[in-house]
Design a protein around this ligand. Sequence first.
Ligand code: SPV
Ligand code: MG
Length: 432
Amino acid sequence: MASVYLGITGDIIHPGIINIINEGAKYGELIVGLLTDSAIAPHKRLPYLSYEQRKVVVENIKGVSRIVPQQEWSYVPNLLKYKPDYIIHGDDWVTGPLSKIRDDVYAVMQELGGKVIEVPYTKGINSSALAEQQKAIGTTPEVRLKTLRRLLAAKPIVRILEVHDGLSGLIAEHVSVCKDGEFHTFDGMWSSSLTDSTSKGKPDIEAVDLTTRLQGVTDILECTTKPIIYDGDTGGLAEHFVYTVRTLERNGISAIIIEDKMGLKKNSLFGTDVKQHLAPIEDFSLKISMGKQAQVTKDFMIIARLESLIAGGTVAEALERAYAYVKAGADGIMIHSKDKSGEDVKEFCLAFRGEYSHVPLILVPTTYNQFTEAEFQQWGANIIIYANHMLRAAYPAMVDVAKSILENGRSLEADPLCMPIKQILELIPGTK
Ligand code: SPV
Ligand code: MG
């Protein structure tokens, strides 16, 4: 019997997919290459269902003979492995970002002496449009919370953008760029103490309390579905920190990052005249382990942030602390620095990776931003946080408009600097 290969995500099953399965089964034994999370995540949104859940759904569809994992975005490795007589695909790949994938499939099927079947795309329904509609419905705290760990398992680099209100949350949720045939999006959001306090006209000294900050986070939760990493400053007293952990978990926040500073906290990027004091290793380790014991879910992450390099310490000192914090239960390590060369962070990352190959490493490259995500990946980093850019972008734009109105005594000249009224009325998804 002839064999037919069909690669799918199998996350949202709709009539278009059933149609292609029915068509494929007419040609012979239908092998479904089910894309794994790590095959999908660098190119598209992470599926709602895990691989195992998707497998259960798809193997119960009439016409599917067997399921094999497709570990790569490209079909080629599986085509070479299973040597099907046919491969079937919707004709939506003729143009657009999938056309390169199509060319590769044609080349390999020719080599194998097989055929490519293209079925007309089912009009009016597709998984991406359904996923957009799903976004409008929102998500649950439980699903959102888990997503960060799933992303870490599925993607070499998890890309996080600072958000400080619903509007910036919408940007992190929806903005995408198509580059070299691939869609680039942000994977999640950073709730920054710096931008939360700055947007309230306050200094970044833990003066905005958790309850107030959570009001802002709630606005973000209401209009987004992506995971959130919360900037927990020092975490406060260990006895208070345990309550913070549970409050965040209840809200579906995926992780908190706490920094090992002591006394009045100042923002780490301030000038060198601000002396930062570090907490004793034992005290900070205890705070981490108390937080870990307090959490209710297994998915919430407590990430330890090292301020050694900010405080003028050495990479060796930072490493000593990092190892102690991992032993205390930290789910990840954020190394911070304001050195523009990035050399200290790189040295830290490479040494840390030598000791712990899997503990997530988080970087906040505000000052050493000449490096790309691909380079940070080579250093062994897993999460890159763009920690303050949405707020920093908004402020000068607003000042320019305010000045233009003052200079001209009217707002006509400021119009090109502003979003058109029509666009702002349509900005919020679902507005008609
Ligand atoms: C923040 O965004 O508030 C941070 C990161 O803590 S940094 O400002 O770089 O210290
Ligand atoms: Mg902060």
